[in-house]
Design a protein around this ligand. Structure first.
Ligand code: SF4
Length: 352
């Protein structure tokens, strides 16, 4: 370690104070933050309106971007998946998704995941550690550097890891991303996804913010959900839904339930009926994601007819339903796959 300050671990206000403590005028902190958050410039030499002394100070004392983009896959639909290497050699993934008129970043919050969902590639390479704030923020910088004109409109915390399991760092990163002095992305443009860590959903609601909450439901009975998502054995559906209702009552934000449709597992008429019964009592919507075959997976994608009849049943019952055909299916965009491949390669080469 070179003893430099990992400056992106701090909020813009904290950065300003750090620079003031180093004897710099407070406007210089503002200028620095502008370069980093607004222009995504991480090279001190390119911060042209800063004095040479200030640029030297930044160069010698601060470590700015904490991740390095490595392997890259570009999908036919334009989405880009990047493997990001952290300073200690750990790796996470980000996906840059381009929709007409808006750009979205899907970022990671942990190196690996301990929740072990059976359909998820991230679970297969195990859990290493939480990402710190600067490592989360660095992913946003990489995305801004890659999107034309630095235009980044939406952020989803849906990459590798369970965001609410890294609660404090995630909350601090959310503050920096949404702050006017930070990336200035509106709270409602940021979605945090959880596999269903009920107590943390309550803590998240108690922040009193307007961030979006997305819950990976994937099954509407405890029996099926226990099989797919071990977290359900700790926080079963009843407790999870109570927490979601609390979130809605506290924030008045609609809860999105993600439901990956798996052939023969959760795509029957009976499954649809169970899902209809669950979605009562507070405002929510269901996002159906037809499963994409991932390597080593025991699961199969649903038939197209099964997808439409499942969705029709939900809509007919008055549920708000959207179908998301996964972006980047041709590049194995399922979360955790690049990391999984890298770990396997290293293991084969005896690196780990
Ligand atoms: S789906 Fe999310 S919570 Fe489940 S194992 Fe994968 S990364 Fe973890």
């Amino acid at each position: 370690m070179d003893g430099k300050i990992k400056i992106l671990n701090f909020t813009p206000e904290e950065i300003q104070r750090i620079l003031e403590d180093m004897g710099e005028a407070s406007y210089k902190g503002k200028q620095f933050c502008k370069w980093v958050y607004e222009k995504a410039v991480t090279d001190a030499e390119k911060m042209t309106d800063l004095s040479l002394g200030m640029r030297n100070l930044i160069e010698n004392r601060f470590d700015i971007c904490l991740v390095r983009a490595s392997d890259e896959k570009i999908s036919a639909d334009g989405s880009i998946k990047l493997l990001c290497i952290l300073k200690d050699g750990e790796a996470v993934e980000i996906v840059l998704i381009r929709h007409p008129g808006r750009n979205t970043l899907c970022l990671s919050t942990q190196a690996g995941c301990r929740y072990g969902c059976s359909f998820c590639a991230s679970a297969r390479s195990g859990f290493s550690r939480n990402l710190d704030v600067g490592e989360i923020i660095s992913q946003v910088l990489i995305a801004k550097q890659r999107f034309p004109g630095g235009r980044l409109n939406n952020i989803v915390y849906m990459g590798v890891g369970e965001p609410l399991d890294n609660f404090e760092n995630v909350v601090k990163s959310l503050g920096i991303i949404s702050s006017e002095k930070g990336f200035n992305i509106g709270q409602r443009k940021i979605t945090v996804s959880t596999c269903g860590v009920a107590p943390r959903i309550i803590d998240f609601a108690d922040l009193g913010k307007q961030y979006e909450l997305s819950v990976s439901l994937h099954a509407a009975t405890d029996e099926t959900r226990n099989r797919l998502m071990p977290v359900n054995k700790i926080y079963p559906l009843k407790e999870l839904l109570k927490a979601c209702e609390y979130f809605y009552n506290r924030t008045k934000r609609e809860v999105t339930f993600e439901y990956v449709l798996l052939k023969g597992v959760n795509d029957s008429g009976k499954d649809a009926e169970s899902l209809i019964k669950l979605n009562r009592g507070f405002k929510s919507k269901v996002n159906i994601i037809p499963y994409n075959a991932a390597m080593c997976s025991e699961f199969m994608p649903p038939d197209k007819e099964a997808v439409s009849s499942f969705c029709d049943r939900l809509s007919d019952a008055g549920l708000k339903v959207t179908v998301r055909w996964s972006k980047g299916s041709d590049i194995n965009a399922a979360c955790g796959q690049l990391r999984f491949l890298r770990k396997n390669d290293k293991a084969r080469q005896g690196v780990e």
